[in-house]
Write a protein that binds this ligand. Structure first.
Ligand code: IPD
Length: 268
């Protein structure tokens, strides 16, 4: 029998805090870029790799039969039906530059570790620099530093502060820039915070009204998406189905509908 969401949420938080301690210890002397991935600007530091190794070790010790899907090492299948979806540092470019918006993101899912089909069981986003921690468990709610998050009412799109982000290839950025050019004149303003996990948690908090991004990976969004949903918000794709690599839109339901319509008109 699988552990319940409360037990899994506690384990997500324990793992995220342990990983955060490691990142904090390595902040001053992180050694810079270790390698690049999809393009020259898609960077990995040694700390990303160290933290993923640490998380895999801890997960194997606590839950030896679970699978793991991680940003740096990919997928290792398990047999229990649970898969941990981990981003050792979401916001790696901020980490590299000392901009304090980066987080450890850990979620645990049942089903394929694919946003179109998974069921999110629990998740934790631990913002390393400020120490803020968001945790959620399926059906239980979401918390920021132990304080329960409550559903929020939505402003109209014209008064909304949005978050978004950009991918790492020139082709993706050209498409994203064309969409931003259409959306920006229709809203209060747009922030590019640099960590999708933190963007989603700020939506859950009400410090961003809504968020959208194309091309997210499962580890960027898993924990944050559960935090939004368990705080009473909506996370979906452009067609109203599950969020995916194609598009993630998050916020209070009525604003998500208005933003989705604007994204359609903008050719997203
Ligand atoms: C990135 C961040 C960024 C988002 C990118 C992600 P990483 O994750 O979440 O905000 O715009 O799409 O890839 O590379 O820092 O783990």
């Amino acid at each position: 029998q699988l552990p319940d969401p409360a037990t899994l949420a506690a384990l997500c938080e324990e793992l995220a805090r342990a990983a955060g301690d490691h990142v904090r210890a390595r902040t001053a002397d992180h050694g810079g870029v270790a390698r690049t991935k999809s393009s020259a600007v898609d960077v990995v530091t040694a700390v990303d790799e160290e933290v993923e190794a640490l998380l895999r070790e801890r997960i194997a010790a606590a839950r030896p039969h679970d699978g793991v899907l991680g940003e740096e090492e990919g997928a290792s299948a398990g047999t229990s039906g649970l898969t941990w979806v981990v981003d050792p540092i979401d916001g790696t470019v901020n980490f590299l530059y000392g901009i304090p918006s980066y987080a450890v993101s850990i979620a645990v899912v049942t089903g394929d570790p694919d946003p179109l089909t998974w069921t999110l069981q629990a998740g934790c986003v631990h913002a390393v620099a400020g120490g803020t921690t968001w945790t959620a468990g399926r059906g239980l709610g979401a918390w920021r530093d132990g304080e329960r998050l409550v559903p929020r009412s939505a402003p109209p799109l014209a008064e909304a502060l949005l978050g978004t982000g950009f991918g790492y290839t020139a082709e993706k950025r050209a498409r994203e820039a064309a969409v931003v050019a259409q959306i920006l004149p229709q809203v209060r303003d747009i922030r590019r915070i640099g960590s999708a996990a933190i963007d989603l948690c700020l939506v859950a908090d009400g410090r961003l009204d809504a968020y959208y991004e194309t091309g997210l990976n499962p580890w960027d969004m898993a924990a944050g998406a559960l935090v939004v949903a368990e705080a009473g918000g909506v996370v979906q794709g452009l067609d109203g189905g599950p969020a995916s690599a194609a598009m993630t839109v998050a916020g209070p339901g009525p604003l998500v509908s208005e933003l989705t319509a604007a994204l359609h008109r903008a050719g997203a």
